[in-house]
Design a protein around this ligand. Structure first.
Ligand SMILES: Cc1cc2nc3c(=O)[nH]c(=O)nc-3n(C[C@H](O)[C@H](O)[C@H](O)COP(=O)(O)OP(=O)(O)OC[C@H]3O[C@@H](n4cnc5c(N)ncnc54)[C@H](O)[C@@H]3O)c2cc1C
Length: 351
């Protein structure tokens, strides 16, 4: 199930409604990993914070809805339909060491698992090569479970779509101490009007769409070598990932990501892309059968075409913008953006 603009509305149960709003609260709009990291940092610094999220649960593009295992098969299991995996830079950029420590903690508690450092890559001439790279991490419970873990104990109101942020700053007419927009810029731009500095920062930022299609099979029928494959130079697909391999349960489920070109042509009706995707996966992996069930999910704003150099935006109106567009667009960047802004905002609010 999904909302009209692509928010995933199925899966984990909704968080409880928050306490009564108060103007001394910082209001974070968006409960993806950047918004939750920001709220956690502010809370730990003693700053009162509320998170408002339009979906029924936290996670945003770390999306792991429970999908049925197929017709006539009992039960459902989470499938990662947003980010395919995450990496840990381990560099010396601000926040990188703390992100590595967080992932160690998740690993120690069995929430995250090192998946693979070798993907396959298909060259334009159709040949496949193993492609060694950084360690890719996944989560046995689906990547959304990691955001749910970070969100533990925070004041979060789910099912709350914010319509407007105005000078004050105010969220839908309620004044806040500060407001953090933690979402793709085209979504944030809809909320902010011209009098605010952030409107200029958010203007004219293009993002690329993706449609993710989950394909469930009766049994595993592809090479055991496959973990995930970059499909370079293909008109329709960019990635095929083995969801059973990354989650560690061996389920016969693949997830394919379309190219942005294909997604753009099917945004009004994401299910209409399914036949093209199934045909492409069948041919590319040389499969002798087709999936028994499929599920398509639209990401209108999957990744920014032109990221910023700075780690976040914080202006004199105490309106801030965070997310994966503030650096190289990936999970670690989103976490660091929210965390670093949380630290800066805590210092500003206290002074
Ligand atoms: C198909 C796909 C593949 C990806 N693959 C990878 C990968 O392999 N590795 C990697 O590191 N990263 C990957 N990413 C990127 C990664 O998912 C993001 O970097 C990260 O999840 C961004 O988090 P965020 O908090 O910045 O934004 P989001 O997760 O988008 O969170 C924004 C939140 O704001 C909410 N919201 C929006 N508007 C409103 C409103 N008006 N009121 C209230 N709430 C609102 C949304 O519902 C959402 O929950 C992928 C993303 C996609 C879509």
């Amino acid at each position: 199930m999904e909302s009209p603009d692509g928010g995933d509305l199925s899966g984990m149960p909704a968080a409880s409604p928050s306490d009564t709003p108060h103007r001394t609260d910082v209001v974070v709009v968006g409960a993806g990993i950047s918004g939750i990291a920001c709220a956690r940092t502010l809370t730990e610094a003693g700053v009162p914070v509320r998170v408002l999220e339009r979906a029924r649960h936290v996670g945003g593009r770390l999306s792991s809805p429970e999908l049925p295992r197929g017709e006539g098969v009992a039960g459902a299991r989470p499938v990662d339909l947003g980010a395919a995996y995450f990496t840990v830079s381990g560099g010396d950029e601000p926040g990188a060491a703390e992100f590595a420590a967080l992932v160690d903690d998740w690993n120690g508690r069995g929430l995250a698992r090192p998946w693979t450092d070798t993907l396959s890559a298909r060259d334009e001439d159709g040949t496949w090569e193993p492609k060694p790279g950084p360690q890719r991490w996944a989560a046995p419970g689906g990547l959304r479970s990691l955001v749910a873990d970070l969100a533990t104990g925070l004041r979060i109101e789910t099912g709350r779509t914010v319509a407007q942020v105005s000078p004050g700053p105010a969220v839908d007419g309620e004044t806040a101490c500060a407001v953090v927009l933690a979402m793709p810029e085209p979504q944030a731009a809809r909320l902010v009007g011209a009098p605010l500095q952030a409107a200029g920062v958010l203007a004219d930022r293009a993002w690329e769409p993706v449609i993710a299609v989950a394909l469930g099979y009766e049994e595993r029928c592809w090479s055991p070598e496959l973990t995930a494959a970059f499909v370079n130079g293909h008109p329709d697909l960019s990635l095929i990932a083995d969801d059973g391999s990354r989650r560690g349960d061996g389920a016969p489920v693949l997830v394919a990501h379309t190219t942005s070109d294909l997604a753009r042509r099917h945004l009004d009706d994401p299910e209409s892309v399914t036949r093209t995707v199934v045909d492409a996966v069948t041919t590319l992996l040389g499969l002798d059968r087709r999936p028994t069930w499929t599920h398509a999910h639209r990401w209108t704003f999957a990744s920014p075409a032109r990221p910023h150099d700075a780690p976040y935006h914080l202006d004199d109106d105490l309106l801030a913008v965070v997310g994966d567009a503030w650096g190289s667009p990936k999970v670690e960047t989103a976490w660091r953006s929210g965390t670093l802004l949380g630290r800066a905002l805590a210092a500003r609010v206290r002074s």
